[in-house]
Design a protein around this ligand. Structure first.
Ligand SMILES: Cc1cc2nc3c(=O)[nH]c(=O)nc-3n(C[C@H](O)[C@H](O)[C@H](O)COP(=O)(O)O)c2cc1C
Length: 311
C-alpha cells in the first residue's frame, strides 16, 4: 500500500523542522488546525545505527498513534545505514519515511548528507534504492532546486524522479540561497511537466514561504499534488484551517497551556528552548510584547504557567 495514494489533491503537510516539530508541538498544531500529514524532525541514520546513538534516535522518532498519518524523516549518507534505519522506522509503526536531501546546515552538509547529496547524485540514488528495497514502507524525498544555482533543478530532479520516489517535496530554493530569497514559484509548471514525463505516479509537494492551507489551490491548479508549510505555523498556528477564522487571545493562551503540559508530559528538553515558541501564542493582542518580555525571564514551566493564568 502506497502511503501517499490515500490523499486527494490539495493535501497539506506540516514541514519537518529540527528543534520545532517534536511530539509536543505536532500535537499543538493538531489541536489548532490539523494538517493532513505530519513529518517528524529529521533523525540521523548514523545515530540509529550506533549503539550509543540509538536511544536518542528512538526518542526523536516517538509519536502518538493519534498523530497518524505521520512520516519519519531521516538523513545521512551511508546506504546500508539507511536500509537499517528505514526497517526500524517501519517496525516503529511508520507507514512512510522521507529522506532529507535539502538541509543546508553546514554541519550536515560537511558530512555529505542533506543538500550535500545534491552534489553526489550517484550516492543519492544509491541511498534511495537502499531505502526502497525495504518492504512494507513508502519512501519519499525532500530536496531543493539545486546546490548553488537554480538551473541545477532539471538534472537533479530528473535523477531523483528516475528512481520513482512515492513523493517528492521541493523547497523552491537552492542550498546557497538558504531561506534568504523568495521561493521560486515560477519553476512549478516546469517541475510538474518533468514529473509527469518521468514519474507521473510521484506526488509532488510544493514548499517554501506558503503561509496557509488556502494557498494550496494555486499550486494544485498548476498540477502539484500537495503543499507543505514550515515557518508559516510560527505566524499563525491555525494556518492549516481550510476556512480561516479569527482567533481570540484565550484560544492562543489555551494552545500555550497545552504546549506547556505536553512539554512536561514528555519530559522533552531543557526549559529555555521552549521559550522560543512563546511568540507564537503571545502575539497580536494589546500588551503582548510586555507579556513576552516577562515570559522570557521565566526559568520554569510553572513560572510561565502562573503568568498566563493571572491574565
Ligand atoms: C527551524 C527549522 C528547522 C528545520 N529542520 C528541517 C528538518 O529537520 N528537515 C527538513 O527537511 N527541513 C527542515 N527545515 C526546512 C523546512 O522543512 C522547510 O523546507 C523550510 O522552512 C521552507 O519552508 P517554509 O518557508 O514553509 O518555512 C527546517 C526549517 C526551520 C526553519
Amino acid at each position: 500500500m502506497n502511503f501517499w495514494s490515500k490523499f486527494s489533491k490539495g493535501f497539506t503537510c506540516l514541514a519537518p523542522m529540527e528543534g520545532v516539530t517534536d511530539i509536543a508541538f505536532r500535537q499543538v498544531v493538531a489541536k489548532a488546525a490539523r494538517p493532513d500529514i505530519f513529518f517528524t524532525e529529521f533523525t540521523n541514520v548514523n545515530s540509529y545505527s550506533s549503539e550509543k546513538g540509538r536511544p536518542n534516535a528512538l526518542e526523536r522518532l516517538k509519536y502518538e498513534p493519534s498523530e497518524q498519518p505521520i512520516v519519519a524523516q531521516i538523513w545521512g549518507k551511508n546506504p546500508e545505514m539507511f536500509a537499517e534505519t528505514v526497517a526500524a522506522v517501519r517496525d516503529l509503526g511508520f507507514q512512510a519515511v522521507d529522506i532529507n536531501m535539502g538541509c543546508p546546515d553546514r554541519h550536515v552538509v560537511a558530512t555529505g548528507g542533506g543538500s550535500g547529496l545534491i552534489r553526489t547524485p550517484e550516492l543519492a540514488v544509491e541511498i534511495l534504492r537502499a531505502a526502497q528495497q525495504v518492504k512494507g514502507i513508502t519512501v519519499s524525498v525532500k530536496t531543493r532546486l539545486g546546490y548553488t544555482r537554480t538551473d541545477e533543478w532539471k538534472p537533479w530532479l530528473s535523477t531523483l524522479l528516475g528512481e520513482h520516489p512515492a513523493a517528492l517535496t521541493i523547497h523552491l530554493r537552492t542550498k546557497k540561497e538558504m531561506s534568504k530569497v523568495d521561493a521560486h514559484y515560477d519553476f512549478v509548471p516546469e517541475i510538474v511537466a518533468l514529473k509527469n514525463e518521468l514519474s507521473p505516479e510521484t506526488k509532488l509537494i510544493i514548499n517554501g514561504d506558503i503561509k496557509s492551507a488556502t494557498e494550496a489551490q494555486k499550486f494544485i491548479n498548476q498540477g502539484a499534488d500537495g503543499i507543505m508549510i514550515g515557518r508559516g505555523v510560527f505566524q499563525n498556528p491555525f494556518c492549516f484551517e481550510r476556512e480561516p477564522k479569527e482567533h481570540s487571545r484565550e484560544e492562543l493562551l489555551d494552545l500555550m497551556r497545552y504546549h506547556l503540559d505536553l512539554y512536561e508530559k514528555y519530559d522533552l528538553h531543557p526549559y529555555d528552548p521552549l521559550k522560543h515558541f512563546y511568540k507564537i501564542y503571545i502575539n497580536n493582542f494589546p500588551g503582548a510584547s510586555d507579556l513576552r518580555a516577562e515570559l522570557m525571564q521565566t526559568k520554569t514551566i510553572a513560572e510561565a504557567r502562573a503568568i498566563i493564568d493571572k491574565l
